[in-house]
Ligand binder design. Structure first.
Ligand SMILES: [Zn+2]
Length: 261
């Protein structure tokens, strides 16, 4: 977990860089690299990394693995490039990097702080908070808004969802579930409920929308915004109305989004 203070610092750093090297509304990692003397290469490497950063001959070299990120202008390539820029710009990472090289591979269940910081930095670099809030302004939350954000910023839905938790206009909770298990949860600072009905690493709450999907299968694969009771997810929450909407990833996980009325 990155502390709140550290998040603020990383956010500021990323947003200062976006402003300094502003090339229109969409952040261009390649341009930032060029402006900072970082050499970069897109190539077909083996499966070991998404991005690789090598310090050699007094210069930084960023390698992006097309085998894992698809094309050079894919959302994933942009996020990986932003992550590698994080290792370059975050001072502590930069110092470590100068000892040789660092390989990065995206994992939604990442726990390594260095990797989490670089992911956080990448999201802040690619989705500056001011523009993010402008797009969200006066719009109700739903996956439609997430799609709008992801196509504007050229970023994955998951990256846009996680950024929303940090700088969005609604309190939001994100539950990452796989095979009926609640793998991890993150919440906006101002999210109203804290005590879960389900434990992390155990079964998802059975009466939640995602719970019904795992219990009943394809016939209960709801994709629209569904009304639920706070009680479905939280203890001591009563029957207050909340909303839940699920995002079913092609990679087998389900992201459940929960937010108050
Ligand atoms: Zn990394």
């Amino acid at each position: 977990m990155i502390s709140l203070n550290r998040k603020k610092t990383l956010n500021q750093l990323a947003e200062d860089i976006t402003e300094l090297f502003a090339f229109g509304e969409v952040t261009l990692p390649e341009k930032i690299a060029e402006e900072n003397g970082i050499k970069y290469y897109y190539d077909w490497y083996d499966d070991d990394f998404d991005g690789l950063q090598i310090y050699d001959g007094g210069e930084f070299h960023t390698h992006i693995n097309l085998n894992r990120v698809g094309s050079r202008d894919s959302n994933r390539a942009r996020f990986t490039f932003g992550h590698e820029l994080g290792h370059f710009f975050i001072e502590e990472h930069h110092i470590e990097l100068m000892k040789g090289y660092h390989a990065s591979k995206y994992d939604p269940k990442e726990t390594n702080l260095i990797e989490l910081e670089a992911n956080f930095f990448s999201a802040a670099l690619l989705m500056p908070s001011k523009k993010f809030k402008e797009i969200c302004f006066k719009k109700p939350f739903s996956l439609d808004l997430i799609s709008e954000l992801s196509s504007f910023f050229q970023i994955s839905n998951l990256a846009a969802i996680l950024r929303f938790v940090e700088v969005g206009t609604f309190p939001l909770m994100v539950a990452y579930c796989r095979d009926g298990i609640l793998e991890w949860v993150i919440r906006s600072e101002d999210f109203p409920y804290k005590v879960f009905r389900a434990k992390i690493k155990s079964s998802v709450p059975p009466t939640s929308v995602v719970g019904e999907y795992f219990r009943l299968g394809e016939t209960s694969k709801y994709t629209a915004v569904e009304e639920i009771e706070a009680d479905d997810w939280f203890q001591y929450a009563g029957s207050t109305t909340m909303y839940e909407q699920c995002y079913y990833s092609e990679y087998g996980f389900v992201i459940s989004l929960i937010w108050p009325e």
